[in-house]
Design a protein around this ligand. Sequence first.
Ligand code: SF4
Length: 335
Amino acid sequence: MSESPVTAPATTVPLLQVRDLKKHYSVPRRWLAAPRPPIQAVDGVSFEVARGETLSLVGESGCGKTTTAKSVLRLVQPTSGSVRLDGEELLTLSAGEMRQRRRHLQIIFQDPYASLNPRLSAGATVAEPLRNFGLHNAAERRERVQWLFSKVGLRPETAAKYPHEFSGGQRQRLGIARALALNPKLIVCDEPVSALDVSVQAQVVNLLMDLQAEFGMAYLFVAHDLAVVRHISHRVAVMYLGHIVEVADRDTLFSAPRHPYTEILLSAVPVPNPRKRVKRMLLQGDPPSPANPPPGCRFHTRCPLAQPVCREQVPRLSERPDGGASVHWVACHFR
Ligand code: SF4
């Protein structure tokens, strides 16, 4: 399915434009068996991210949010579609050209320990992107690394230590410093706090917000923790089985979700006010296989509002008037 373009707020120039992005994984054929259908991890996703904006991708495990984010960076090669950064198409660039563009596109991984080279000191880790791009001489690099350490809340004297000598939160700060080193325009944050202790999560999220306020980069933020998403996002895109089913600005989405799947997801978010009663809704059953998604609306096998038309017609992601300045996109025949 090809989705409508979900545009960034009209007051800002889009930095990233993703159109009809697909990532299908072929499945090896068993001996003498019939060919197996590809896994449609991402199937026609379109969205934009504005400069300095945080767009979060949320949804259950396996919905395609991480694959979408990695496809934007070409850490996985998309099957088809278009990814434009500052108007330049990334998917047709050679490997060497793409390597140059990575200066503007960085990533913070979920597991800070796995993403750091245990044989590199913390200082060498943060300096690595600068060395790879041939930026600065050794003395300037040292100075920049010290500056980056202080920006992410690490003591510059710890630059000689190795990753195993840091706590989980400190290691993620190292990952953030490394991502910041080249002054990127966009950072993909792939579940950047989900591996951290709860007590540290808020510190790292607040650090990301402070750095964005200071340096103005955009975040494509992949997360399943909706409390974190609510705190950090400007807009939120909800994914289900490889499709985007709803996009709205943060406040609209959390106060007035329209898609039944979003409603169910949000009903599970704890409310800090004990007097406020929230009706909890449960998702029925498991998500269908992305190798064999249901026809029509992919959510119809679990949707409490499903009607016969939902089994036949794919709902287009289209704009809904909300009466305010915000733009709300929903893929549902009835909402
Ligand atoms: Fe539910 Fe139908 Fe809307 Fe899909 S289109 S979310 S099945 S009501």
